[in-house]
Ligand binder design. Sequence first.
Ligand code: NAD
Length: 262
Amino acid sequence: MADQGEFAGQVAVVTGAARGIGFGIASTLARRGASTVLVDVDRAVLEASVDGLAGAGLTVKGVVADVSSLASVKTLATETLAWKGRIDIVCPNAAVFGSASIVDMTEAEWDRLLSINLKGAFLTLQAFMPAMLERAYGRVVITSSVTGTRTAIPNMIHYATTKAGLLGMVRAAALETAGRGITVNAVAPGHVMTEGAASLYDPEFLAATENHIPMGRLATSDEIADAVAFFASRRAGYITGQSLVVDGGLTLREYPAGYPRV
Ligand SMILES: NC(=O)c1ccc[n+]([C@@H]2O[C@H](COP(=O)([O-])OP(=O)(O)OC[C@H]3O[C@@H](n4cnc5c(N)ncnc54)[C@H](O)[C@@H]3O)[C@@H](O)[C@H]2O)c1
């Protein structure tokens, strides 16, 4: 059951929420009292996830939408605003991963990542902005990454570009809306064990990754969601245009794990 938590009476929308970090964000906000719209392209997984949360007594709604399509996102905004008549929290989180070297990158693959990860976040932000401006209240929390903003991975130049681009979006949107009741921030997760990330890891790679992370393990989606919930709260009202790294110390390392020997 939702408690009468800090988000009671508020409405949140989370994209890419059928699974992974998005599901963690949506369920965390819903558990803390927000009526929450879960958005995804994957209808089957979305329905199962929404049914699970509704079955636990939370106030949730599923909307199938493709964030890279303007028409789809406009319909999403209309349906969301019609549901409870307001929007308080917008979490553009949907993204896809990909792998291609600079030489082998096709224009189609480049465009696919940019249109979902980068344009999709903008279209979501844009679609809900008039309603937030009208009420002079809004919390936008975008899911970026350490990839592209602090670190990089070979053969993921398009992904890194989108995640770094989101921080530019956050700063520009924060400045444009500052003083109008709206804040725009980002979380930058390190390694999170989600359905989307799981396919990247074989047991040896996973063990090596865990060894490399100072805290010795990957994050859970709920740990990322806790940081999102802070930015989404009224308590964070004087913070805008910022990003928070949530990476278990991953980006602190200067030497390989265990070195220098002291
Ligand atoms: N998993 C990690 O280690 C990690 C690390 C840093 C940042 N992130 C970021 O966190 C976010 C979520 O990643 P995840 O690991 O949970 O991924 P995931 O693949 O497990 O979940 C992503 C969800 O987005 C949905 N989606 C894909 N394209 C969509 C579209 N066009 N419209 C609507 N929904 C769409 C998918 O169907 C899926 O349900 C992404 O922004 C990702 O870049 C993930």
